[in-house]
Design a protein around this ligand. Structure first.
Ligand code: HEC
Length: 186
């Protein structure tokens, strides 16, 4: 009887000690995880705030999440590339609860002056945002140059140009994950 009691206490001690003893002792799932991604908070926030459903097939979830954070929280891409940005009754500038125009999300068509209309940056038929390869996209973001050498006049590329390589890649990856929307004729 006495031995049995001691056995129970020994077991209790083991359970308490197991988390402290670390890897190899007990079956702690945390020990198997990869090192924490330093962008974890932005990634998860980005996945939460994307106003449109995301197609993650064959894509890097972390990059898509970070890209969503940069597009939707930090860089105001949708305000200029969605026409109109908010649905009727959903304009925060009018004191209304925000409701983004998901039906036209990032499909372009905002007029900024003669000949200056924001382009559609949703995926084309082959999945490339606005039909741009990554190399072209990175050139727009870092140099503001069109194919013909013209300089983008409205797009705030001078403030985007110093994003890290991972951030530019993440925005591109997010734009590949959003729904494709056909352009409407201006
Ligand atoms: C202040 C408004 C504004 C903001 C903010 C903005 N854009 Fe633009 N963007 C435009 C306009 C207008 C054009 C058309 C060319 C120009 O700027 O003269 C353009 C052009 C582009 C192009 C070039 C497409 C092409 O085929 O020439 C890409 C790509 C692009 N924007 C992506 C983005 C992304 C991604 C963001 C957010 C990180 C963003 N834009 C934020 C207004 C904006």
């Amino acid at each position: 009887m006495r031995d049995f009691k001691l056995g129970r206490w020994a077991m209790f001690g083991f359970v308490l000690a197991a988390p402290v003893l670390g890897p190899g002792c007990g079956n702690n799932d945390d020990d198997k995880q990869m090192p924490e991604d330093p962008d974890r908070e932005r990634i998860e926030k980005g996945l939460t705030v994307s106003p449109v459903p995301l197609n993650l097939d064959g894509k890097d979830r972390n990059l898509v999440g970070l890209g969503s954070y940069l597009v939707n929280v930090q860089s105001a891409c949708a305000g200029c590339h969605t026409a109109p940005p908010y649905v009727e009754g959903g304009d925060p500038y009018q004191g209304q609860p925000e409701r983004i125009n998901t039906a036209r999300f990032l499909a372009g068509g905002v007029f900024f002056g003669p000949g200056l209309v924001s382009p559609n940056i949703t995926p084309d038929a082959s999945g490339n945002p606005g039909g741009a390869s990554f190399e072209e996209f990175e050139r727009y973001m870092r140099t503001g140059r069109e194919d013909n050498g013209d300089i983008l006049q409205v797009m705030p590329w001078p403030s985007y140009k110093d994003m890290s390589d991972r951030e530019v890649r993440a925005i591109y990856e997010y734009l590949r994950a959003i729904p494709r929307i056909e352009s409407t004729r201006p």
